[in-house]
Design a protein around this ligand. Sequence first.
Ligand code: GCV
Length: 722
Amino acid sequence: MKTRPCILATLMLTLAAMLCAVQARAEDGYDLWLRYHPLAPEQAKLYRGHAAELIIGSATPTQAVTRSELQRGLQGLLGQALPLSDTITRDGAIIVGTVASSPLIAKLQLDTQNLGGEGYVIRSIVVDGHAATAIVGRSDIGALYGAFHFLRLLQTGQAIDHLDLRESPRIKLRALDHWDYLNGQVERGYAGTSIWDWWKLPDWRAPRYTDYARANASIGINGTVVNSVTSGATILTPAYLEKVAALADVFRPYGIRVYLSVRFSAPIEIGGLKTADPLDPHVQAWWRAKADEIYRLIPDFGGFLVKADSEGQPGPQDYHRTHADGANMLADALAPHGGVVMWRTFVYSQANPDDRAKQAYEEFKPLDGQFHANVLLQTKNGPIDFQPREPFHPLFGAMPKTPLMMEFEITKEYLGFATHLVYLGPLYEEVLSADTMTHGKGSTVAKIIDGSLEGHTLTGMAGDANIGTDRNWCGSDFNQANWYVFGRLAWNPSLSSRAIAEEWVRMTFTNNEAFVKPVVDMMMGSREAAVDYMTPLGLLHLMSPSHYGPAPWDASESEADWRPVYYHRADRQGIGFDRTRTGSNAVAEYAPPVAARFNDLQQTPEQLLLYFHHVPWDYRMRSGQTLWYELVAHYTQGVDDVKQMRETWNRLDGYIDEERYRQVAAFLAIQEKEAQWWRDACIAYFQSVSGLPLPPGYAPPQHSLKYYQSLTFPYVPGVSSW
Ligand code: GCV
């Protein structure tokens, strides 16, 4: 008798604990933006009238995953499972598929012309007297993308009663580049280790691979390069190709193709040849056979990504051949199977004493027109290396006969690793909307990479992934927004980064307006804050050799152009890199009107001032203040902005789950501490060079320059070796 209440109590406690655990698990960030939590009851009720039954096939793997995503999403959001049906039995049917797969859809006679293989329409219609919603693609993948779009409408609280949407991607290849190694390390990875469990593949296909594919498909990403551009050749051995094939099997229903980074010297390392010369017939035959072998295992294999003749990587120049020789040889091996080569232009050499910013252009521009049809040149957004701010890369628009694809960095190698809240949407948008003027006014980078300006149909955008084994995938909840915005912009590079941020906040956290507006504002200002506390006014590359923290004084790197002092060139008189006609003349790589603007101190946007000009400390800025004053002001503003971000977040306690709220709060505290460190260390150093007093009202650095110079940080994450 006495034990019964005790058992009951224990049972209830256990149940409560289990519930808590379930809730906690659900709010650890794993679900990303596909967090189908119940909508507010009145909203759900409204939607239920337009989501009463689901008419969708499951004859193909893609149809099956589309169906299961819609069932999962709608059940989660609306709080009840939707009945499946073959015919329309009531108002509120959702009809999903293609003309080819469904006689019902064929009967609707929707205009699916010009949608391409991945586009879709979403239309509110009336069929047999019943209101319904049609989600229709020309292919299963189009319908899958449409389904994700439909779910997004519900997740973000949009009206769904009068829909007339038509979408197709503006860019063909939309890929994540993983910098993952076979030993599990991730170069510039701040979110744990590699998500690919190579050792257990191909037999164990972790459920996470499917969730990865779902997340990517939901934003239109259709390719993944699973290994780092500086990987060894082992990935091309039969045992590893089988593992890659297993990943490809998981991704295929979601429209995602697998690509591999290949080491140019692979024919020597794993092929037993004595050379990797691209003009050697044995080398060519080796790559052809390798491509055939890959396609036997992975019929829809995407192709190769190559980092050659760059930062110590082997390449065609080892044999006195050109980048075109190297790329074309690989392209020819892939061409019979429909594969492509993404050849990177991130090429510079320490043997070349010229300005590093100029070297890729010098190397590649003369090769325009020499690349085979299935080669894309993958070009970083700026001429140096993913710095907080750089001008757009001068190659964009300079090679009209060659498709150039964009490479953005999603992982925050130079923007605060995992912990700093820096939303990269404004950075991406700034680059995409930059006017190269290469074909007259309006020749934006976006129009070059989407092929519209130069008439290319092979187009692409790649993002260096920020994904790892951390439960929240990206090292922080807000870093997920950078994966998200990359995908959305790759789908349509003219979308606004603010609109994308808002979508993401609503899907990831809540639709509560009191939360959404301040958080979107905070995200939109976060990149400029980072520029200010790290590298304002066109400075760049001021970080330590580990890429963690400030070290503008550093001259310890073996190579001149890895040293911060190479970039800022500060001396007693002034600061900045003279890239004008009287300096390195890097400006000449831009179209004449842009070159003229960057060449002119008065016309150069101040945010790029010290990138293009060496300027005296007492130079009068547009504000009327001196350059030195403005530099200190920007550094201070950056810290103040982070303080403001913290205050904003502090006011938002209670709007979202405790676990994610607390981690963001803790990370913002780290960010403030590190922003202060950046500001103080940089001001202390530049003051030691300029010899100028701090402008009145500005606090001196908290410590001496010596102190900042003495700091060391063993085991900085993201530095790996293959
Ligand atoms: C994959 C920068 C990074 C390297 C990276 C390289 C590249 O230099 O620091 O880690 O290597 O860019 O993009 O090739």
